[in-house]
Design a protein around this ligand. Structure first.
Ligand code: HEC
Length: 107
């Protein structure tokens, strides 16, 4: 009986840890690779744009990419193309895309 509260406490701590973890899962770069296919038309393969009209995304920090995509989606950052591109993305999509582009550091 004496150790029962401790078990309850441990279970509670584990549940709390699960609940407090970020609302989204960490980005998956393999999933991001698939999701980045439509982005390549402008941003280049793997985000290595060679056209000055389109920013290079390869090697960019994942959290920077997520932040910009959220800004495009909310309309805080305005660009007629990117506002449309970001519109259908979920938070997980953004994390995956960020993880993929960040991983493409080397040419
Ligand atoms: C039709 C062309 C086009 C497509 C397709 C496109 N983008 Fe863009 N993207 C742009 C342009 C143009 C800009 C620069 C916008 C500006 O000047 O603010 C941009 C900017 C960005 C930025 C900000 C970069 C920075 O340095 O601040 C991110 C992040 C981004 N795009 C991600 C994506 C992702 C992810 C996809 C695919 C889901 C995508 N883009 C598809 C044209 C495109």
């Amino acid at each position: 009986m004496a150790c029962k509260p401790r078990i309850v406490h441990t279970v509670a701590a584990v549940l709390l840890a699960l609940t407090v973890s970020p609302a989204y899962a960490a980005g998956d770069k393999e999933a991001g690779k698939e999701k980045a296919i439509p982005c390549q038309i402008c941003h280049g393969k793997g985000g290595r744009s060679t056209n000055p009209l389109y920013p290079v995304l390869a090697g960019q920090h994942a959290q920077y990419i997520v932040k910009q995509l959220k800004a495009f989606q909310s309309g805080t950052r305005k660009d007629p193309i990117m506002n449309g591109m970001a519109a259908p993305l979920s938070e997980q999509d953004m994390e995956d895309l960020g993880s993929f582009f960040q991983s493409n550091r080397n040419p």
